[in-house]
Design a protein around this ligand. Structure first.
Ligand code: SF4
Length: 506
């Protein structure tokens, strides 16, 4: 039934557009068409995307307090969507009734429906504020504002300036959130006015694309990732084989240039086009060949000393800093896993910490970690830049522990180094050197598959779930169990990878 109606809409030139559709259409007409008519082909939403939407909603609601006392035109009421006509009518009534500030005001012009995050009445006209959880003004935000300006101007609203409101990463919270410091309002009026003709022509082209019976024939390209990761990649990229030009890692050839020439599989790339690590990757893949530089591996291993501590943090971040001394999007540690061996090949011990949901975890985590790692010990992390940054943030906050923390940082070694430098390269790593590439190639019997939480993004999301279910013991226990299992595997994987390196070096 619904599909028949959509087919009818496709034949009409009054196909409705919205901000969401417009932004999608600016990225790719095929994405626009699929979103409207074949949403079932979308990829599953990633934890990162879920977090991005949640952050956007939180900032959007918070930003209303920049101009308090406004009138909200809700999108939903009592769990039901408010009909668009009602939203339009209520907005009109609010403006005519003398409202000075309106949140989520609704407008329609030329078949385009928009909601304006913040609308403020000034002497020279209504000011538009588009609120984003991003940390700078991006082109796509300006386009979004330009569409709103186009619709409001077309609807006869006397307009003043247009602003993009974004998060200021320099802000450090102390006490209550200072909204004026957390958010930056950037005047984009000139840019928005300059885009009006482009908006008109873009919407006409989008309508033409939506009126087609089939999805526009658009090939994959850099637009699949810019400005957003398109959620139809599973559908559009299905023809790309394993070990393709897009699996090449590091600097070198232009992957899309090769693809557009019909060179898709790595086996089809003329080897003289490749250099350095990309050449090594392709040759290793084609010959299923490994590379082991024993001397370089030994040099790395010689830097380690025992007792040896294998450390991994899990962190979360938030657009609104949750605790004193934190900034927007700062990585805040809530969990660590620590395996250790007193001597090489000795018994493996394990210590772990997981935050109490809702509480600032930093002090308790640091105390636990310092008690677990004897002063002066060698600490091994995978991609140690991350652990180092987290530790330095903790040292900055808890100055009494600064010297101890700095000694941990000074004694830290990075297990990623032999793989990043390709002192050890197995063809199954497919050019990558993250632990997720290295573990299956070196230690195939240990795997993340089957785990409820299998990557850092999912762990971050699980932290927020843990806070949301903190008063539901059974659900809380399940999330905590999944987090502990995941983080423990990260450091156990390091223990096993190091064992393998010793074997390869001998
Ligand atoms: S995956 Fe790429 S080609 Fe396919 S709809 Fe998305 S942006 Fe367009």
């Amino acid at each position: 039934m619904a599909k028949k109606k959509e087919a009818g809409q496709r034949g009409s030139h009054t196909v409705a557009l919205s901000k969401t559709l417009f932004v999608r259409g600016c990225q790719c007409h095929k994405s626009l068409w699929l979103h409207k008519f074949k949403p079932e082909l979308k990829d599953e939403e990633s934890p990162e995307t879920t977090a991005r939407f949640a952050g956007g909603n939180m900032i959007g609601e918070l930003a209303r307090d920049l101009f308090p006392g406004g009138l909200l035109i809700p999108f939903e009421e009592d769990g039901e969507r408010v009909p668009l006509e009602d939203q339009l009518r209520r907005t009109k009534e609010a403006m005519e009734g003398g409202a000075k500030v309106i949140y989520e005001a609704a407008f329609q012009h030329d078949g385009i429906f928009v909601k304006v995050d913040l609308l403020r009445k000034r002497v020279k006209g209504w000011e538009l504020y588009e609120v984003k959880a991003g940390t700078s003004v991006k082109d796509v935000y300006i386009l979004d504002s330009a569409l709103q300006y186009f619709v409001l101007a077309g609807a006869g609203v006397p307009l003043g300036k247009a602003y993009v409101v974004h998060v200021n990463t320099e802000y450090v919270r102390e006490g209550d959130v200072d909204l004026g410091s957390l958010l930056t309002c950037q005047n984009v009026t000139k840019e928005v006015k300059g885009l009006q003709a482009e908006v008109r022509s873009s919407t006409e082209k989008m309508r033409a694309a939506l009126a087609q019976k089939k999805a526009p024939s658009i090939d994959i390209g850099p637009h699949c990732f810019d400005p957003y990761e398109c959620d139809f990649q599973g559908h559009c990229w299905g023809h790309i084989p394993e070990d393709s030009v897009f699996d090449l890692r590091g600097k070198g050839v232009d992957q899309f240039a090769l693809y557009y020439q019909g060179i898709v599989s790595q086996a089809d790339i003329p080897l003289d086009l490749l250099k350095g690590k990309q050449k090594q990757q392709v040759q290793a893949t084609l010959r299923q060949e490994d590379h082991v530089d024993r001397k370089a591996i030994r040099a790395f291993l010689n830097q380690l000393s025992y007792p040896l501590y294998f450390l991994d943090f899990e962190t979360f971040m938030s657009a609104v800093p949750p605790f004193d001394g934190t900034s927007p999007y700062q990585q805040i540690p809530f969990q660590y896993s620590l395996h250790y061996q007193k001597r090489r090949g000795g018994k493996i011990h394990h210590v772990e910490f997981l935050a109490v949901p809702g509480e600032d975890p930093r002090k308790a985590l640091l105390k636990s970690l310092l008690a677990a790692i004897p002063d002066g010990s060698c600490v091994l992390a995978y991609n140690s830049a991350f652990e180092t940054r987290v530790l330095k943030d903790l040292a900055g906050r808890y100055k009494g522990h600064r010297a101890r923390v700095n000694r941990i940082v000074a004694n830290m070694q990075d297990l990623m180094v032999p793989f990043r430098t390709r002192a050890c390269y197995k063809w199954e790593m497919k050019g990558g050197y993250s632990i997720k590439n290295v573990l299956p190639a070196l230690v195939p019997d240990l795997s993340y598959s089957g785990l409820e939480i299998a990557n850092g993004g999912a762990a971050m999301e699980a932290y927020h779930v843990m806070c949301a279910v903190k008063d539901k013991p059974e659900e809380l226990a399940a999330v905590r169990g999944a987090l502990l299992e995941y983080c423990k595997l990260d450091t156990l994987a390091m223990v096993r990878i190091l064992d393998k390196l010793y074997q390869l070096a001998s």
